[in-house]
Write a protein that binds this ligand. Structure first.
Ligand code: SF4
Length: 386
């Protein structure tokens, strides 16, 4: 599809960069704004090889490769040098073999009617308000023709699987479906016959969903929201298990201190303060647990003996009852409204608002997001002990 000449092309982004922004916007900045090259992690290299094996298995031919041939392809392309030690390398190799074996156990490659493999796409997403157009590109792992319609499949080599609800709202699958529809526009009439799937090869599980027109429209809104955040240069670190595969740890403010070079230049006093803080915080937590246990024991004793205070050489413990109250909102309103004081006690409940956000349309959510301002900023130190 040719870009619309009435629109200004604003951003070209690959789906993988877009995905990186959603997982960690700081990583996106390192990669796409600062253009710092990231060494490919062993997990990424492993994932690429497994994707090549899947392509090998499904490339249409007279005779589809058998399990032994797929395993042979895998081992011939295996790169043992990327692993730190033999144990790690053998474990990864075994995982790969098991993935392929499991795939053959659950599927017969000859049963599929492949339309395209590693299918490259480039689609335009228009922002009518700003008269801009963004271009997103990517690669769809596999498109199959099914008895009812089509199936768009993306392979995953990660361990963590999402819930069905997440798959039903997965933005990647919606973007891929939009890309498919830009190539086969007539298929929009049979949207309910087009399946979108994430295939988790480690588990041998395929999570499948479909999309409605409404969901595709919402996905576009969500996409534009993310693009707006990138344009606004909102780049914040997001510490998640994915950090383990991030090649920017040495320059990331959330991780750089872990590396010896930084720690060597810290003074002994700072290092001692960090260690003492961690130990004290943990001592507080274990003290809290012990206090709760003792409290329970003493309360039970007081109840059993029918006493309100207990004595020891160290002091006295008294039981007090603390009451919290809530008000009858209707009655309170009847009293305060005539006095013009009702509005002054109303406060937006952030938690209640968060709970209803999921059921609101993206447009309303966007409007609400725009009303958000920082009320106050407090810094806390959270501790994770080794
Ligand atoms: S280490 Fe984690 S927080 Fe830091 S840039 Fe990488 S993914 Fe983001």
């Amino acid at each position: 599809m040719m870009p619309d000449p009435l629109y200004l092309i604003y951003m070209r982004i690959s789906y993988s960069a877009f995905d990186t922004y959603q997982n960690c916007s700081l990583k996106y900045k390192f990669q796409n704004v600062d253009m710092i090259k990231e060494p490919k992690s062993k997990e990424a290299i492993f994932g690429t090889l497994i994707h090549s094996v899947m392509k090998f298995i499904h490339t249409p031919s007279l005779l589809q490769p058998k399990l032994e041939e797929a395993l042979d392809f895998f081992s011939k392309n295996w790169n043992a040098d990327i692993f730190e030690n033999e144990l790690e390398e053998r474990s990864a190799f075994t995982q790969g073999v098991e993935m392929i074996q499991r795939y053959y156990k659950n599927n017969n490659p000859a049963d599929f009617n492949i339309v395209d493999l590693e299918s490259r796409f480039q689609i335009e997403v228009e922002d009518g308000d700003k008269k801009t157009q963004h271009i997103i590109s990517g690669i769809i792992d596999r498109i199959d023709k099914t008895d009812e319609g089509y199936e768009i499949i993306d392979y995953k080599t990660t361990k963590k699987m999402p819930s069905q609800e997440k798959v039903d709202n997965d933005l990647q699958l919606s973007i891929y479906l939009n890309a498919f529809l830009s190539r086969y526009p007539k298929e929009i009439e049979h949207l309910d016959k087009i399946k979108v799937s994430l295939y988790y090869l480690k588990h041998g599980v395929k999570l499948t969903s479909t999309r409605t027109l409404e969901q595709l429209k919402n996905a576009k809104e969500l996409f534009l929201d993310v693009i707006a955040a990138i344009e606004a240069e909102k780049f914040e670190p997001n510490v998640t298990p994915l950090c383990d595969w991030c090649g920017y740890q040495k320059i990331c403010p959330m991780w750089m201190h872990k590396f010896k070079e930084q720690r060597k230049i810290d003074t002994e006093e700072v290092n001692a303060a960090i260690s003492e803080y961690i130990n004290l915080k943990y001592a507080i937590n274990s003290t809290k647990v012990r206090i709760a246990e003792l409290q329970e024991k003493i309360s039970q004793y007081m109840k059993q003996e029918g006493v309100g205070r207990v004595f020891s050489d160290e002091g006295i413990i008294a039981e007090t009852v603390r009451k919290t109250f809530k008000y009858d909102e209707k009655r309170l309103r009847e009293i305060l409204e005539p006095l013009d004081k009702w509005d002054s006690i109303l406060k937006v409940d952030g938690i209640a608002l968060k709970n209803i956000m999921g059921v609101l349309s993206p447009t309303v959510r966007k409007e609400i997001e725009k009303t958000k301002v920082i009320d106050k900023e407090t810094k806390t130190l959270t501790v994770k002990k080794k």
